[in-house]
Design a protein around this ligand. Structure first.
Ligand SMILES: [Zn+2]
Length: 638
């Protein structure tokens, strides 16, 4: 059943490329992600999770949308049912995000009932759209409006989420179009975007959407339709920010975007803004945008990034805190912010071709993002704290929940995880970048008629041995670039925010067809240049020592403490493994040895044990699966 969907996707893609015409020479990202439809995890770590999200989380999330009125809102707006609007003013966006995820799932493996279910939802969305293209169910229903919806259309775009919601509509529409070749949802998006363009676009006007999202979504719509008005409108919204500063730093409206150097305000808003800037910067080769997002990246990675890859340390306003403000028990680290951090770092990599961005992506993915998703795919964390004490057991950060009134995180996981295999490889300039590791199969395109098949065999993240085979008809001369992760070197990420206690990490060894090679390093990658023959075999051996991490002294919360890592995985101690002791107060020494071994718990991860002190550490992502328990990422230094 796989072939029809892939074929349709291919036809849609060919149609798009053919539509490029004179635009083929237009600038864009230097490095292209290999589409998730061209790569597939077959490993024991990601493949089951992608399956869980596709087979359980997405149907579960649709059911929750049915139970909570998120779908009924469209039916009522469409005039097919009677009732009031139910829920919060941004609830339309949850349905759109899950539809986006379902489209990705369809593109990977066709499923007729899911296709038909999506068609039925699209009919509701189409009928809920007003004749001129406006789409926002609270106002169309028009009885009891959510408080922040505003009296009239767009009269309160600071809080109404009118533009945010349709941004997620555009992302879903583009995904559905690529997956099925059908224009049904794309037509709804186009009609809405045309209305926005006609309503707002005047070069001297300043319109600041409250919650960013519309900007990056308009770029996606532009890429799918090649209508330059959508790119112009994206830029129009970006450049409006900071004109009168009315919305302040919470919405990144305190300064023009080209003058922003410190990440401030609501973290998800900020990261969605930076994504939109990266997209427009790539398409318009805008140096001022690039200078701004480069500085913002440095600010986050030097001062505002948790060891788990989380961002947005401040509960108040779900926001970036001040520099070095990284509390553990009060960490916010929203799952959506971690997903956005991955998506933004992918774009930064695509601009610059530097492994330091994928180091941050990997850290965020394996730790903060995964912490937000339970192993059964049906329980979630919204904030992801790094410390739970007994008095916090009543709080939502201590236990997983099946859903939330504001359910942005489950719906974001529903769309992000199914597209994950799109992050394994990238190509550009006759190069193949290996960014993520794990058993997988992929077919990459290296320019005209050159297809390269690449497979990986690895038990990553538990083992550092990665076997890469180059195959297919694409053999020939190209550079294979293998990311040497930051955690194999002296620093976890490219800043002085974290450092390893011991600088001895072992050496990454690379062999080609059994023979060790001296490799050149460039921007964090081992560069292997040669004329590849079908069946060539590269084996990479990363050192997988247990490493202790100290935090910059300016982070007061972590003074006298250290964290423990192995490979890309950050560990934590849970109370359930330490009866009668408080893991928050637990002492250890940075010289302690931790023995790594496979556990029978969870998904059989490698856990760490120190017998002398009776300390057991589990992967941070696996926390909170065994009832309420204290938890700490950091151990106190003896
Ligand atoms: Zn969220």
């Amino acid at each position: 059943m796989k072939r029809p969907a892939l074929l349709i996707a291919l036809i849609a893609l060919i149609g798009l490329l053919a539509g490029c015409g004179s635009r083929t020479a237009a600038p864009d990202y230097t490095y292209t992600s290999v589409p998730f439809t061209d790569a597939r995890f077959t490993d024991g770590f990601w493949a089951p999770r992608i399956e869980t999200v596709s087979e359980r989380t997405i149907p579960f999330a649709f059911r929750k949308c049915e139970e909570t009125g998120r779908i009924a809102n469209f039916a009522v707006a469409a005039g097919l049912a009677d009732g009031d609007f139910q829920g919060l003013q941004f609830n339309d966006s949850d349905l759109f995000k899950i539809m986006e995820g379902a489209s990705y799932r369809l593109a990977v493996s066709y499923d007729e009932p899911l296709d038909r279910y999506l068609d039925s939802l699209i009919r509701l969305v189409t009928l809920a759209q007003e004749p001129d293209g406006y789409l926002y169910t609270p106002r169309t229903i028009g009885r009891t409006m959510p408080r922040d919806a505003g009296a009239e259309r767009w009269s309160n775009i600071r809080y109404s989420h009118e533009l945010y919601n349709v941004g997620h509509l555009y992302e879903a529409a583009v995904a559905h179009y690529y997956a099925t070749g059908k224009r049904t949802l794309l037509d709804v998006a186009v009609k809405n975007a045309d209305l926005l363009y006609a309503t707002f676009y005047e070069p001297d006007r300043k319109i600041v959407p409250g919650h960013e999202e519309i900007e990056l979504a308009l770029v996606k719509l532009y890429r799918a339709t090649h209508d330059p008005r959508y790119l112009d409108l994206a830029r129009f919204f970006l450049d409006a920010r900071g004109s009168d500063g009315e919305q302040g730093s919470y919405s990144q409206d305190h300064l023009p975007v080209t003058e922003q150097r410190e990440a401030v305000g609501h973290a998800v808003r900020g990261l969605y803004l930076y994504m939109g800037m990266a997209d427009v910067a790539a398409l318009e080769q805008d140096a001022a945008y690039i200078a701004a997002i480069d500085s913002l990246w440095n600010n986050i990675v030097s001062r505002k990034l948790y060891i788990t890859g989380g961002v947005g340390g401040q509960i108040d306003g779900e926001a970036f805190g001040d520099n070095y403000y990284l509390p553990n028990d009060k960490a916010y680290c929203e799952t959506c912010a971690a997903i956005a951090n991955c998506m933004w770092n992918q774009r930064m990599f695509q601009l610059h071709g530097d492994a330091k961005y994928i180091d941050v992506l990997e850290r965020s993915l394996y730790n903060n993002v995964l912490s937000g998703l339970s192993l059964n795919g049906m329980e979630f964390f919204y904030p992801n704290v790094l410390e739970v004490r007994e008095e916090m057991f009543g709080e939502w950060c201590a236990r997983r929940s099946p859903w939330f009134d504001c359910s942005c995180c489950p719906s974001n996981l529903s769309r992000f995880i199914p597209s994950l295999s799109g992050y394994i490889y990238a190509t550009g300039n006759n190069r193949v970048y290996v960014n993520l590791f794990g058993s997988s199969e992929a077919t990459l395109s290296l320019g005209q008629d050159r297809r390269v098949a690449i497979s990986q065999r690895s038990d990553y993240p538990w083992s550092g041995e990665v076997e890469i085979t180059v195959d297919g008809n694409g053999a020939g001369r190209f550079d294979l670039l293998i990311r040497i992760p930051g955690w194999t070197q002296e620093r976890p990420v490219a800043s002085d925010l974290y450092r390893y206690v011991s600088s001895e990490a072992g050496r990454t060894v690379i062999r080609i067809n059994g023979e060790e090679v001296d490799y050149r390093k460039e921007k964090g990658y081992a560069v292997l240049s040669r004329t590849w023959k079908a069946g060539d075999h590269v084996s990479v051996s990363f050192p997988m020592e247990v490493r202790k991490v100290k935090v910059n002294e300016r982070v007061t919360f972590d003074r006298g403490k250290f964290a423990v890592e192995r490979g890309p995985i950050v560990y934590c101690a849970e109370g359930v493994d330490h009866p009668g002791r408080s893991v928050v107060e637990m002492e250890a020494s940075t010289g302690d040895e931790f023995r790594a071994g496979r556990s029978e718990l969870f998904d059989r991860p490698v856990i760490l044990r120190n017998e002398e002190r009776g300390i057991t550490l589990i992967p941070y992502y696996a926390r909170a699966h065994r009832g309420l328990s204290e938890m700490s990422v950091f151990l106190r230094e003896e």
